[in-house]
Structure formats: C-alpha cells, structure tokens
Design a protein around this ligand. Sequence first.
Ligand SMILES: C[S@@+](CC[C@H](N)C(=O)[O-])C[C@H]1O[C@@H](n2cnc3c(N)ncnc32)[C@H](O)[C@@H]1O
Length: 219
Amino acid sequence: MKHQSEGAPGGRADFRLHAPATARNRDAILEKVGALVAGDARVLEIGSGTGEHAVHIARQMPDLLWQTSDPDPTMRASIQAWIDHTGVTNVREPLSLDCAAEAWWRDVDFQPELMIAINFTHIVPTDCIDGLLAGASALMRADGLLALYGAFTFNGVYSAASNRSFDRMLRQQNAAWGLRDLNDISAGANRHGLKLDQIIAMPSNNHMVTLKRDQGASG
Ligand SMILES: C[S@@+](CC[C@H](N)C(=O)[O-])C[C@H]1O[C@@H](n2cnc3c(N)ncnc32)[C@H](O)[C@@H]1O
C-alpha cells in the first residue's frame, strides 16, 4: 500500500492510498456487483480499505448508493480523499465500523440490498467474520445479499498453489489470519439465519461468495 502522490494541488496533504491489487480486480468485481443487484441498490461495504473499489464501482454505476466503512482512521482518511478527489456523489463518507464490536450495525441507518467485504475474511480473526454475519443478518433487506470476495479453501483444499503460499504467509504474519474454508463460512452463516447462495470463480484464483437469508430457518 502506498501514497498516491506526494501532495494534492495547492500543497494540501493528500491522504489517498493506493493498493496495487485494486487495479487488477476492480473491473471483475464491478461486473459481478452489476450482475448481483439492481443499478439503484444501496450497498454497505465493510473494510473499504483505501476506498478505491468504492469510487471505481460507484462511478460506473451512478445510481448506486455506496456506504463505505473502515475501523482504521488512516483508511477512512484515504476513502474520504478518494471521494473528494473523484468528486463522486454516490459514495457516502466512511463510517467507523468494526465487525468485532458488539452490535456494530446500530450505526448504519439504512437496510442494504448488498453488503460486500473485499479481501476481508482472511485478514480478520474468525470472531470478526461471525460479527459480519451477525450484522448481515440484522441489517440486510429480506432479499439482501452478502458478498465476500477473496481467496478461500473448499473442503480444506486450496484452489491453487499460490493460495496455499498466501495462506502460509498470512498465518506467519498473524496466527489469527488465514484463508477461510467455505464450509466454516457456511456453518457460521447458518447460525445467523443465512445460507450460501452463489460461489463465483473470479480471476487469479479468487472467488465471490454470496450469502442470503435462509427463509426456511427458524428465528
Ligand atoms: C486487506 S484490507 C482490504 C481493503 C479493501 N477492501 C481492498 O480490498 O483493498 C482489510 C480491511 O479490513 C479492515 N478491517 C480490519 N479489521 C476489521 C474489522 N474488525 N471490522 C471491519 N473492518 C476491518 C482493515 O482496516 C482493512 O482496511
């Protein structure tokens, strides 16, 4: 992750951060978002990071309302800087949402058609994933979707050797991180009245996994 530039015009500080992977995956993610929801959907993004996905997708889908969020103030400054820099009007200023916090969803003032977390599940402890699923269950519209983009394992199997190396590197960095198995995500979703919907193969051995309400679930 690096700073986009040394400074904004006029000598103002420029808080935009740039994550190189975004340029490689943003169009594939945009295409799937376009396929998953109506053009005027309201989207809640968890862990927006630099904010680059938000401004890119929202610019291409101008009728979307895209609510950004991140618990990290440096990331929120970057998100706001990208909003200001692009002048995009359908991206809301970032909320400080931490999926590990109790009832974090109380700070969200609308019912999203889509919640999305990009490159998230492997970089947070499992209790954050549980918190994300709980929040999706509490917040989403009845026909809402939760989309998780990133690398996963399937029945304990890596979909590529590069994902195995990535997993090892993550776990060395932080023992609480690592690729998540779809069975565990599915079991967690079931505990919150959600169920696995689609598993969509994406470039570079990533997947977009969608979850929706299990209408047959009790409670
Ligand atoms: C690997 S980055 C991905 C950022 C962005 N979505 C992307 O793909 O470029 C993970 C993001 O999740 C955020 N994050 C970490 N823990 C979180 C939590 N408990 N709740 C919400 N977001 C969290 C981090 O601050 C970081 O911005």
